[in-house]
Design a protein around this ligand. Sequence first.
Ligand SMILES: *Cc1c(COP(=O)(O)O)cnc(C)c1O
Length: 358
Amino acid sequence: MSEEGYEMHYIKRAFDTNWIAPLGENVNEFENELALKIGSKAAAALTTGTSAIHLALIAAGVGEGDLVFCPSLTFSATANPIIYQHASPVFIDSDYETWNMCPKALEEAFEKYPNVKAVIVVHLYGLSADMDKIVTICKKHHVTLIEDAAESLGTVYKGKHTGTFGEYGVFSFNGNKIITTSGGGMLVSNNEERIAKVRYWATQSRDPARHFQHSELGFNYRMSNVVAGIGRGQMKVLDDRIEKKKYIFEYYKRELGELAGVKLMPVNDWNKPNYWLSSLTLSGKVKPIDIIEALERRNIEARPIWKPLHMQPYFQKYDFVGKGVSEKLFETGICLPSDTKMTKEDLERIVRIIKKLW
Ligand SMILES: *Cc1c(COP(=O)(O)O)cnc(C)c1O
């Protein structure tokens, strides 16, 4: 069956069984299939990755006045739910070895703020953070670890999937992610009881009673059965997508890796990334903006690396612990076109345009 074939098949099943509303076979099976794929005991399908982070923070007991450590080099959606909980982020710097949360900066942050409530680690662009070190530090300080694996579904660190190292793992199926349901998210955990609680919060905290009864604050965060049908179809193409993403990265590496000043994103021995976005840094005379503009003139989109959150107008008032690595990565980094629908000719054209700048 073609890719769309699988999706239509599951969506049709939702209609046939009259389960258009939330809940139903597709939701349950999408949760089971994802949990099985990554090796987690339980999963809750939600409307977005952001809502999954929000409920993970609530599950971790984060509330008003609490502090949460969070990488600075990430999408704003990692940190926004901390604010929804009236808690405050403390931004942690990256290291050059992983581009992700620097374990040394994390240790430093614990010295400065020993009473932190939770840590969110992100696996940027499908590259895993150095989880052995980060898990060890969090265990030592008895702090809940949440993994924002929105960009890293399928990424493996030392034989184990990202999203399964912390108490909670978060995935996103937004339009730009490696697989998509047009919009969606998943919260995973080995704690089945907590996941059951998350499902309860996500469906307006309806108590098991004939009348509408609520003994806790509720949210409308549950994924619908139709959307979950798309997710089930997309799960079948995940491995192919990772293959294609890897091919794209390897192609860029081969064609651009030797150019003066070019350094591809760090793929460590212990890391099997999903290569969601192929990225590199530049230290020579060619700047990221030169590549972005050269591609833009041919209607091809490339983007800078995420702007660190501690540099964002909204988040500037929060503390930052580190030495400026995330700032440097932002200044010198670029994400190259990485769509799996690109042909070999598309890639050749992109590389030709870029090479002309040298
Ligand atoms: C996409 C993304 C999110 C948010 O996911 P949504 O499903 O869009 O809400 C969170 N964190 C990171 C790192 C992301 O890339």
